[in-house]
Structure formats: structure tokens, C-alpha cells
Design a binder for this molecule. Structure first.
Ligand SMILES: *Cc1c(COP(=O)(O)O)cnc(C)c1O
Length: 424
């Protein structure tokens, strides 16, 4: 459920016509619905309300500080994966005691920043990282609260690029080695092991891999406790999928109740790290048709958004529904099959391929639906394209929450050394 709908064949975000926003801020533009963000957060959290828990929004899905603040206002913490994300979370006003820090490659400087901020815990992904966290904590006169990120070796049944919980993946530590490492962590002066963590993948459309992973972690918690290591937190990561096309992921209520049932009597505080589920369907990318072109084999619709704005179709072959901002339901336009492509000099620059849709005219506005997650946050400046504006709609108002980048932004921090400037 989201708040993008047609009123008299005109696409609205909440109570604001999408066209009106584009006339003011231009295209391409990401438009998010506050009502949808809040609705998704509440629906996700609802089944967990009876148990001790923290929802830590996984901000790499969409990291604008206004979006972080919308969730923080509802009590959300944050799952971060870099020092830059820590900076954003703090800038947005997220409570540091609700921040967990995941990721396979934390640098000493990033660890220091997180220790100084007194985040809730580090999700540690290797033995070397554990030693470094210990060393940095001792140097700063602190104790780092940690969980080990366990790789439970379950198949999340999703795209290989977003599977993380298999033995062959770079993430986490296998169960046997984790158990050993908790033993060693107990002797480290700068470490306090308080949790067990996993995150098995993204865009999961089945419940069973989550439950399998939880069962393995439950077993581990039992073993650790029998060895005198008191585990207080169980972090089960994120990964619940959303419907982009034909997928039918389990409803959040089903996911939540199954998990709550599974951990009854375990006596842990649950940490949940949803990303895509909270923001995916709460955002769209609006683009304008520049040209139409008929090739010998295919029809192309060339638009002003490209793979630098939304890389998911190129990277994962992902599907995004394409809606016309002004549609015609009387059928006068007819239907076409076309590739929706951007201006970038790569054949992989497409937003939709062989898509059947209502015919379009040059100048039409098109919305790529479900672009809230891993849209703007994965965008780049490739082909020296300024990154898109971001807009947040709230009822009948809207706010620019990130300015469209300027040409000056493109060369910020670049320098021509004097020796190169000299023409000899
Ligand atoms: C990416 C990520 C998430 C969020 O995944 P979604 O599929 O967006 O819910 C949660 N935890 C960790 C450690 C991640 O890397």
C-alpha cells in the first residue's frame, strides 16, 4: 500500500499532483511520500510491539537525513555500514544508543568515530575486525559492545548479488568459528559481547530462510549462555522483500508474528534492520521523455533519467513499473512495447526493457514506481550527470529535501595542479 494514485487520470503523491512538483524542481526527481514511510514503519513494527525490540532502519536503502528523521520521530534506530552513514544518522538526530554498525570492512577511523558516539553495538564480521575494535576501544578507554555477525549458511532464495548468508559469501563468520571467537572475546579488555547478529540477504520473498537462520542463532545463544556468555540482543537483520512485479513476499504481519513466536522465552531484545520494506514503495523516480526512436528491431523511449539515477535494472535486472504521470484511460493512445533508456553511453543503460505500456509522446512525464530503496542512494555522477533532486511530500505540501546537484558540485574538490596548468 502506498500513497501514489491517480485522480482523474493524473498521478498524485498524497494530495500533490506529481506534475506540479516536476514543474517546480525539474526532472529527474525522486519523490517520497511521508505518509507511506510512516505507514510502512508502523505496519512493520506492529507485530513486535509485545516484545522488547528496536527497529534499526537500514539507511543504505535511502539515506537522506529527512527520511532518517521521519523514522527517528517514530522511535527508529539506524543500521549503518560506514562512517559516512554514522555522520548522516547523527546529523539527522538519530539517538546513538539505537545505532548498530554492520559491514565487512570497517576502518580504524570509522571504529573510533562510532566508539566516541557511543553507539549501541558493532556487528563484527571477522576475527581481525574483532581485534581492531578491541584495540581501538582500549586506546580510547572504552568498551565496545559487539555482536558477531554469524553466517548461518541458509539460502535466501534471492538474486545472487544480494544473497549474503551463504558459506561462499564474504559476510559474517560461520557458526563454529563464531562460537570459538565469542570465547576469545570474553578475554578482551575492550570488548563486551552482548549480541548475536545475522543478515542473510535482501528482497526475500519466502519466510523459511529467516526462520531457519533464527533457529541456528537460537541454538548458538543457548550454547553461549551455557558457557557463561550472557547474550542480551538478537539482531536478525533485514531483507524482507516487496512486490515490484509478480513477487508475493510474506506480509510484514506474517513475518513479524512468525519471528515473535520463534523467539518466545528466549529472553533477548530483538533488533530488526529493515531497509527496502520501509522505503521501497514510498518513493518514485519521475523522468521526462526526451525522444522516441524506432530501431530496426526495437522501439526506444529516451528519457532524462538513466542508470546513474537508478541502477537496479542494469545491476540486478530489476523490474520497476512505469506509470504515466498523465494517463489516458479511454485507450485513444494505444499500447506500445518499448525499451525505456537513458542518455548514458552504455548499452546497459536501461530502466525497462521490452515493456508493454500506453503510448507516450515526447515531453511526457513517466514515473518509475518503487524506486525509494536503493535508488538515490546508489546513484552516481557517471557521464557527469548531476544527481537528481529529492522531494518529500507531506499531505498537501512538499519539500525539496536534496537540491538537484549543480555543475559546480560536479567539480567540487577537483584541482588542476600548477605544473599541469603551465603550458610550456
Ligand atoms: C542491506 C542491509 C540491510 C537491509 O536490507 P533490506 O533488504 O533493504 O531490508 C540490513 N542489514 C544489513 C547488515 C544490511 O547490509
Amino acid at each position: 500500500m502506498h500513497h501514489f494514485q491517480y485522480i482523474n487520470d493524473e498521478l498524485f503523491c498524497e494530495n500533490v499532483p506529481v506534475r506540479q512538483i516536476c514543474e517546480a524542481v525539474g526532472t529527474p526527481a525522486f519523490i517520497y511520500s511521508r505518509g507511506t514511510l510512516e505507514r510502512h514503519f508502523r505496519i512493520f513494527e506492529e507485530p513486535f510491539l509485545p516484545v522488547d525490540h528496536i527497529v534499526c532502519y537500514s539507511m543504505k536503502a535511502c539515506s537522506n537525513i529527512a527520511i532518517l528523521r521521519v523514522f527517528a520521530n517514530l522511535g527508529s534506530g539506524t543500521d549503518i555500514v560506514s562512517g559516512g552513514e554514522l555522520f548522516r544518522a547523527l546529523a539527522a538526530g538519530v539517538d546513538a544508543s539505537r545505532i548498530v554498525y554492520s559491514g565487512v570492512g570497517k576502518k580504524a577511523s570509522e571504529i573510533d568515530e562510532a566508539l566516541k558516539a557511543e553507539i549501541l553495538m558493532f556487528n563484527v564480521e571477522s576475527e581481525e575486525e574483532l581485534h581492531l575494535v578491541n584495540q581501538r576501544a582500549v586506546a580510547l578507554g572504552k568498551r565496545a559492545r559487539i555482536a558477531l555477525r554469524v553466517n548461518p549458511n541458509v539460502d535466501p532464495l534471492t538474486h545472487p548479488y544480494i544473497s549474503t548468508g551463504l558459506k561462499k559469501n564474504k559476510f559474517g563468520i560461520d557458526v563454529e568459528r563464531s562460537l570459538e571467537l565469542y570465547g576469545r572475546a570474553a578475554d578482551m579488555e575492550g570488548i563486551e559481547a552482548i549480541g548475536v547478529d545475522c543478515h542473510i540477504g535482501s528482497q526475500l520473498t519466502e519466510l523459511s530462510p529467516f526462520l531457519e537462520a533464527i533457529d541456528r542463532l537460537k541454538e548458538m545463544i543457548g550454547i553461549l549462555r551455557s558457557r557463561g556468555i550472557s547474550i542480551q540482543y538478537l539482531d536478525i537483520g533485514g531483507g524482507l522483500g516487496i512486490p515490484y512485479d509478480q513477487e508475493e513476499p510474506p506480509a510484514p504481519s506474517l513475518y513479524g508474528t512468525a519471528i515473535v513466536d520463534r523467539i518466545a522465552n528466549l529472553n533477548v531484545k530483538l533488533i530488526l534492520e529493515p531497509g527496502r520494506l520501509l522505503v521501497g514503495n514510498a518513493g518514485i523516480l519521475v523522468t521526462q521523455v526526451l525522444f522516441r526512436k524506432q530501431g530496426p528491431e526495437k522501439s526506444f523511449i529516451i528519457v532524462d533519467a538513466a542508470m546513474n539515477d537508478l541502477i537496479r535494472p542494469s545491476l540486478y535486472n530489476a523490474h520497476h513499473a512505469v506509470w504515466k504521470v498523465a494517463r489516458k484511460t479511454n485507450g485513444v493512445n494505444g499500447r506500445i512495447v518499448a525499451d525505456l533508456v537513458g542518455p548514458i553511453c552504455e548499452s546497459s543503460d536501461f530502466l525497462a526493457q521490452s515493456r508493454e505500456m500506453e503510448a507516450v509522446e515526447t515531453g511526457d512525464l513517466l514515473a518509475l514506481m518503487s524506486a525509494g530503496a536503493y535508488g538515490f542512494s546508489m546513484s552516481s555522477n557517471y557521464n557527469s550527470r548531476p544527481r537528481a533532486a529529492e522531494v518529500l511530500v507531506d499531505g498537501d505540501r512538499y519539500f525539496v529535501i536534496r537540491d538537484r546537484e549543480s555543475y559546480q558540485d560536479l567539480i567540487r574538490g577537483e584541482h588542476i595542479p600548477p605544473a599541469i596548468l603551465q603550458t610550456s
